[in-house]
Design a protein around this ligand. Structure first.
Ligand code: GLU
Length: 515
């Protein structure tokens, strides 16, 4: 019988969760749901020196924003808990003791200086590797070179130690990665990695393998940066006698800088001013705050769609996929081997597509929220009308306010180029006539505005087009924008009339000042 699909996302709470981490979580989630399996969130907090208290909350919030709901997690619980590694220390101890008893691991008492000296010596001797391995370990201070009594004495005296895995001298370690194919490593190139420190804290390698086994993980889907550790993990499965239940591995391609040269980094985000984190990250003591996709105004579905395509594709031309459709289509076979270039323009494109598809009420609620945050009143009808008018013209949600600021406040300045070019003769008469023809007590529709403008132009023997730009600048301050008649309809007749009058005075001043 096929094993139940159980995958895990296992972040370390050492800081802000990078977009690559969110992608790993998403692929795990898609794979689990596609295969009627379970997705587990496990917090790998064994490196206490790098622990950042806000990080765990940030992970939870980021996953929740993306709609990724783990079946088992520190918050949700589950049959294989606890799901936080620092709460599982006894389990790791039990297994490392077994490895010690079976001669597959050993105590090492070397100080930092002694380790440095060892590496220096190896360097001088032009050794192939500077590893603590089957050769170098023979001249170090460990339970392979010391007598049993000496070891016991040191342990009793409370001397600091580490427990290292005893890598065999000459063996081929293989694994068949679902994305990369066969990976083979000769054990002579491997390091006797530390499994546990004297404070009883396991290292990542031990804890990761023990937990994947105990949590019955069927597939390990994680970033490519962990591929070099995979042979060690395979060896641990062998040593612990768990080879038959070893999970399948899938190492995801790296996320690359926009130009494809190297790994995408925090610095790229800061340099180019785009977000590479799901949510904003504001932590004291860090040099600056980091932008988040959510706060920058990306819609969740757009972000998830964009993320899914960073390293995967469905094999068709289609690009717009909801989370449900992604689950339907997802397969590990369609994950690319090569790195995925991070292209913010693509993220913006996805966002535009989703903004255009969104129910207008949702966009309107964003207008209301943004207006309220900025201290403006906005009726639900006005919010709806603005959302409808701007949805085709924005990339990011905050632009609903930024690009429509004139709906809330009179123009602070006017596009002078337009005024210098067009504020003369007939134009003045047309605008004056138009303003006078608008009865401030009537609420005109956009068609009504158009008719009155046409009439005003006709009266002065010009086309309405000749004053359109001036009128736009008068009511909005800007040269471009959505349908002007609709803008005036939203502003209302009274406000439109009063804006035209104050603008005409300002226009005159601008012309006079220029003289
Ligand atoms: N704790 C590791 C990390 O932070 C997990 C790696 C893995 O998935 O095995 O990425």
């Amino acid at each position: 019988m096929e094993k139940e699909v159980r995958v895990r996302f296992a972040p370390s709470p050492t800081g802000v969760l990078h977009i690559g981490g969110v992608r790993t979580a998403l692929y795990n989630y898609l794979f689990a749901k596609k295969n009627n399996g379970k997705m587990i969130l496990r917090i790998e907090d064994t490196d206490q020196s790098r622990y950042v208290p806000e990080a765990e909350n940030y992970i939870n919030e980021s996953l929740a924003w993306c709609g990724i709901v783990p079946d088992e997690s520190p918050l949700a619980g589950g049959p294989y808990g606890p799901y936080i590694q620092s709460e599982r220390k006894e389990l790791y101890k039990e297994h490392v003791n077994r490895l010690l008893e079976e001669g597959k691991a050993y105590y090492a008492f070397d100080t930092a200086e002694e380790l440095d000296a060892m590496r220096e010596k190896l360097k001088e001797a032009k050794a192939n590797s500077l590893n603590y391995n089957s050769i170098s370990r023979n001249s170090m201070k460990n339970s392979l070179t010391l007598s049993k009594e000496e070891v016991e004495q040191k342990l009793e005296a409370g001397e600091p130690y580490v427990i290292r895995i005893k890598v065999p001298p000459k063996e081929e370690i293989r694994l068949n990665d679902m994305i990369r194919g066969w990976v083979m490593v000769h054990s002579s190139t491997m390091d006797d990695k530390v499994l546990m420190k004297s404070d009883g804290m396991p290292t990542y390698h031990l804890a990761n393998v023990v937990d994947d086994y105990l949590m019955k993980i069927s597939h390990v889907i994680r970033g490519e940066e962990w591929l070099p550790s995979a042979p060690l993990h395979v060896l641990l499965y062998q040593y612990l006698g768990w080879e038959d239940s070893m999970p399948k591995f899938a190492h995801l391609p790296l996320l690359l800088k926009p130009d494809g040269n190297g790994k995408l980094s925090k610095r790229d985000a800061q340099k180019h001013g785009f977000p590479i984190f799901p949510l904003e990250w504001k932590v004291k003591d860090e040099d600056s705050e980091l932008k988040g996709f959510r706060e920058e105004g990306y819609l969740r579905d757009a972000f998830v769609n964009f993320l899914a395509f960073l390293g995967w594709n469905p094999g068709t031309e289609e690009e717009i996929f909801s989370l449900e459709q992604l689950i339907e289509e997802f397969s590990i076979e369609r994950i690319n081997k090569s790195g995925a270039k991070f292209d913010i323009q693509k993220a913006i494109w996805f966002n535009q597509q989703y903004i255009r598809k969104q129910p207008i009420e949702l966009l309107a609620s964003n207008v209301s929220r943004l207006a309220k945050e900025a201290g403006f009143d906005c009726s639900p009808e006005k919010a709806l009308a603005i959302a409808d008018l701007l949805r085709e013209r924005i990339d990011l949600i905050p632009e609903l306010l930024e690009k429509g600021i004139y709906f809330f406040t009179t123009p602070k300045s006017y596009d002078e180029k337009v005024i210098r070019k067009r504020w003369k003769g007939e134009a003045k008469n047309v605008l004056t006539y138009f303003a006078e023809s608008l009865n401030a007590t009537d609420q005109e529709t956009s068609d009504g505005f158009q008719e009155k403008l046409n009439a005003a132009a006709e009266k002065n023997n010009v086309g309405a087009g000749s004053v359109m730009q001036l009128l736009r600048v008068a009511v909005s301050g800007e040269q471009g924008g959505p349908d002007l008649m609709k803008i005036m309809e939203i502003l209302g007749t009274q406000e439109t009339v009063s804006r035209i009058y104050s603008a005409m005075t300002e226009f005159d001043k601008i012309i006079n000042d220029a003289r």
